[in-house]
Design a protein. Structure first.
Length: 433
């Protein structure tokens, strides 16, 4: 190796150390593809300050899911307000995966949570009461502006108010309430630049559901990123989520129709006119091994009036099925693993084993597409390997839930393609860890 190169590499290494960055985290996003990190990844500033044990992290994720499901159900049934989640513990309920976005001129980098079940984007802004320490400093951006009450977008936000001519609004997200100004600035995603992007500039936040550096909504409703980038991305994106077993790896979020997989299976996306941000799909049946499970009719049925049906969500960790569907699937799964084995539970998981097992695959049978999940998407193992659980659960019964949620653990290492113009969702196996 040439001496100059050695010096250069040593310099790079020292530079990374001094910045406190893990070198793998500092790679640049290119064209329209962003790296996706798990919140617990070494690249994430939001990882727990002390490492959690396996049991602790599973229980933490289950607790977050509980809050998430309450939020999703409230969206699905279109209630006016969300009941705050009572919990003895402090749970940060923000979504699981983050991407890097740059806002303003000159650009300020924020690690925003990716949420396919939410339309809006919001960012904590200077002066925010109740936000974390990293905020967007709007005064430093030459392209920033607050929108007036007369702006057309002001009619699309919940509970708009008009203070001194500026459009402000309040909303609830999980257990949090947010007060924000409706603002506009340039946002850069990988190398794409979106001028005049409309988002909520958070002035006040309560509770702990608000993602610390903001939220990037990829829902399909009217103020979403998709709606605002029609020409650029044509309401098309895909992601591959890295497994949380491999925390040092990143997945990808690919925006726009270019570079999307050609060989991919599709199922139609269904639209619930009353809950326009959610991505509903038609889950017809579930197979355990080769046997189609006998699920009571109605448990999987789409019903826009009640909000019932199945959605695909990036923010929930473990798939939830309404109780009759889950019980039926679990019973067949247990029989296939072996009726003579002792079943234990862990938190919300009721099908755990303390001996090594041979598990059947589970196939989600959508209209037009069967997706067979390998063991990595179905089982979680304790670090010591002494406990194995089926990583699915019944929808919480305190929520009056009618919603089945295909969650991110079951999506990991697959490319999930949201093709809104053609009203279809694609799924293909892809190893992104
Ligand atoms: C939000 O709006 C209020 C009222 O118009 C204003 O006082 C405040 O400075 C705004 N915040 C930001 C960050 O622009
Ligand atoms: C929105 O929240 C702010 C701050 O919490 C509060 O002062 C205001 O009254 C709220 N507005 C509405 C319409 O609820
Ligand atoms: C449990 O049942 C399986 C077959 O169903 C058998 O192979 C295995 O030996 C049994 N194990 C015990 C501990 O009885
Ligand atoms: C899904 O699998 C079932 C067999 O369990 C089969 O009858 C059906 O045709 C498959 N669907 C598709 C779209 O391949």
């Amino acid at each position: 190796m040439k001496p100059q190169l050695v010096f250069f590499l040593a310099f790079l290494f020292l530079f990374s150390l001094s910045e406190g960055l893990n070198p793998i985290c500092d790679t640049q996003d290119h064209s329209s593809t962003l790296q996706v990190f798990h919140v617990f990844s070494p690249c994430s500033p939001f990882k727990p300050s002390k490492p959690l044990s396996w049991e602790e992290s599973v229980l933490e994720m289950l607790a977050k899911d509980q809050a998430r499901l309450q939020f999703l159900s409230s969206l699905a049934v279109a209630r006016k307000s969300v009941v705050p989640i009572a919990s003895g513990r402090q749970i940060t309920q923000s979504p699981t995966y983050i991407v890097r976005a740059k806002i303003g001129t000159p650009a300020q980098t924020l690690l925003m949570a990716m949420d396919t079940s939410n339309d809006a984007a919001w960012v904590p802004c200077t002066g925010c009461v109740g936000c974390s320490s990293t905020v967007f400093n709007s005064a430093q951006s030459t392209t920033f502006k607050n929108l007036g009450c007369q702006a057309a977008q002001c009619k699309q936000v919940p509970n708009p108010t008009c203070g001194g001519g500026a459009c402000a609004f309040n909303l609830t997200y999980g257990s949090s309430t947010i007060a924000a100004n409706l603002s506009q600035d340039t946002i850069s995603l990988a190398t794409d630049i979106v001028p005049g992007y409309t988002f909520g500039c958070i002035q006040k936040a309560t509770g702990n559901s608000v993602p610390p550096q903001g939220l990037l909504g990829l829902g399909r409703g009217s103020l979403s990123l998709l709606a605002q980038t029609q020409n650029l991305y044509q309401s098309t994106f895909s992601y591959c989520l890295p497994s949380f077993k491999a925390l040092s790896f990143s997945g990808s979020l690919r925006l726009g129709p270019i570079g999307q997989p050609k060989r991919i299976k599709y199922t139609p996306l269904l639209k619930n006119p009353r809950r326009s941000s959610l991505y509903y799909v038609n889950l017809l049946a579930i197979r355990v091994g080769r046997r189609v499970v006998d699920i009571p009719p109605g448990a999987l049925q789409f019903n826009p009036t009640t909000g019932a049906g199945t959605i695909i969500d990036s923010g929930t960790v473990f798939t939830r099925l309404v109780a009759p569907a889950y019980t039926a699937v679990r019973d067949v799964f247990r029989r296939r693993v072996g009726s003579n084995l002792t079943v234990t539970s862990l938190g919300g998981f009721d099908t755990c084993y303390s001996v090594p097992i041979v598990a059947p695959t589970i196939t989600l049978m959508f209209s037009g597409m069967n997706v067979t999940l390998p063991q990595d998407n179905l089982l979680i193992h304790s670090t010591a390997g002494s406990i194995t659980c089926l990583a699915m659960a019944a929808a919480p019964d305190n929520v009056n839930s009618v919603l089945n949620v295909i969650a991110n653990m079951q999506q990991q290492n697959h490319r999930i393609l949201y093709d809104v113009p053609n009203s279809r969702l694609g799924v293909a196996r892809e190893l992104c860890t």
